[in-house]
Ligand binder design. Structure first.
Ligand code: ZN
Length: 181
């Protein structure tokens, strides 16, 4: 069981687009396990690799019974939207309304490199969009409307973790991947 440190807003790794996974190897499966353990321990509904400092297009989710993961995701979003409260493990204690597509179809791969497809609506769709955004360096505050974002930014400035020194980051996602653990 490996619980990793979750990077907090302000850490540049959260704004860095992640790269596609090409090697579906043992290290990748270890990453999926680390993400799953860290997400369940938090606990959270989802966790993307950049949130533990790894710049690869991998995330885990836990909305229904079983935790799952998706690698190199691509999303097909409904035009119909939903609104509702959203949070992020990289923004402890911050929850604000964030508009999202109501439904989606997500395609990608599992940890063995097999193609997978999942469909989701409401909370599941929200989670998958949120985590996929992380892989592009996009954060939920970017998806809020102007008024909500203003409130969120104030709450962030007032948060006890605001301005916290981010942990040291190894520069290349591959240099950090599979080393030092
Ligand atoms: Zn998040």
């Amino acid at each position: 069981m490996s619980i990793m440190a979750i990077r907090i807003f302000g850490d540049p790794v959260l704004r860095t687009p992640a790269i596609e996974v090409v090697d579906f190897d043992r290290e990748l499966r270890q990453l999926v396990k680390d993400l799953t353990d860290t997400m369940l321990n938090a606990p959270g509904a989802g966790l993307a690799a950049p949130q533990i400092g790894v710049g690869l297009r991998v995330f885990t989710y836990h909305v229904d019974d079983e935790p799952g993961h998706l690698i190199n995701p691509s999303l097909d979003l409904s035009s119909e939207m939903q609104d509702g409260e959203e949070g992020c493990l990289s923004f402890p204690g911050i929850f604000f309304d964030t508009p999202r597509a109501l439904r989606l179809v997500a395609k990608g791969f599992n940890q063995y490199g097999e193609p997978v497809m999942l469909e989701g609506s409401e909370l599941m769709a929200r989670c998958i969009q949120h985590e996929t955004d992380h892989l592009d360096g996009i954060l939920f505050i970017d998806r809020m409307d102007k008024a909500q974002r203003k409130l969120a930014m104030k709450a962030i400035r007032d948060a006890e973790w605001a301005g916290q020194e981010p942990p040291t980051i190894k520069v290349s996602p591959h240099a950090a991947f599979g080393t030092g653990r």
